[in-house]
Design a protein around this ligand. Structure first.
Ligand code: SF4
Length: 242
């Protein structure tokens, strides 16, 4: 009989090197050392042993992501980027995408290629106040998350069956968010897109995610337009209309 386990989806890297101080964060994509796919600047060879680290260096990978329980000794000739994380993140695999903070070394797993249930958190802000909210809104400036998602999308496997966008209220920064959805429509034509929203923004037709991202009738798409799911218990704050 199968068993369920909760995967650790965020943490702090035990080691990092080679990241620019001009930028606060990077999006990384993990690749198997033997991958023949064209290398993207975000790609990191995934190694689990000192021998695999050596193989990645020989294969001329400029960036290496290591899952190991002991510090990694790199030869002085290696001038690229390194991130090392503890063995509890052993589930990470080829094609997975990580968000990485250069200074704090904190990281989050943004996308798992082998998962059928990938979702991007868009913001923790919301203009509603549902009594039973499992994730009460925060008054924070987290607009950087949308930039991170935008950077991640070109790295997502085009064979991904479904992607969900959740919050907070996903339409808090509606113009930027709809631009992200349009990128999904154009770059992931075979992917089912679902948006969780409290629906209040739909009072303004410009913010209707379905209309704004509609595929042209002749589009050679495997999927229908984006689908919006509205929480049935969404409730307005007093004196607010949308
Ligand atoms: S709309 Fe969603 S995120 Fe906003 S308060 Fe309600 S349940 Fe929470």
């Amino acid at each position: 009989m199968g068993s369920c386990m909760t995967l650790p989806l965020y943490g702090t890297a035990s080691q990092s090197k080679g990241f620019s101080s001009n930028k606060a964060r990077s999006v990384l994509r993990l690749r198997s050392i033997e991958s023949n796919a064209e290398r993207h600047v975000a790609d990191f060879a995934l190694a689990r042993t000192p021998e695999e680290v050596q193989r990645a260096i020989v294969a001329d990978w400029p960036s290496i992501f290591v899952i190991a329980d002991s510090p990694i000794d790199l030869p002085g000739t290696f001038k690229g980027r390194l991130v090392a994380v503890p063995p509890k993140y052993d589930y990470l695999a080829d094609g997975d995408i990580i968000g990485f903070d250069h200074v704090s070394r904190k990281f989050r797993t943004l996308y798992r290629r082998n998962s059928a249930h990938n979702s991007f958190l868009v913001t923790e802000r919301c203009n509603n106040y549902c009594l039973m909210c499992s994730q009460p809104p925060k008054d924070v400036d987290d607009r950087w998350i949308l930039s991170e998602i935008k950077e991640s999308l070109p790295l997502v496997d085009s064979a991904t069956r479904a992607l969900t966008f959740t919050g907070g209220e996903t339409l808090s920064d509606w113009e930027d968010f709809i631009a992200v959805l349009k990128e999904c429509r154009d770059h992931l034509p075979g992917t089912e897109i679902q948006v969780l929203t409290n629906g209040r923004a739909f009072a303004d037709s410009r913010k209707n995610v379905i209309a704004a991202t509609r595929r042209p009738p002749a589009a050679d798409s495997l999927q229908p337009d984006a689908r919006a799911s509205v929480a049935a218990y969404a409730r307005s704050l007093p004196n607010e209309t949308n």
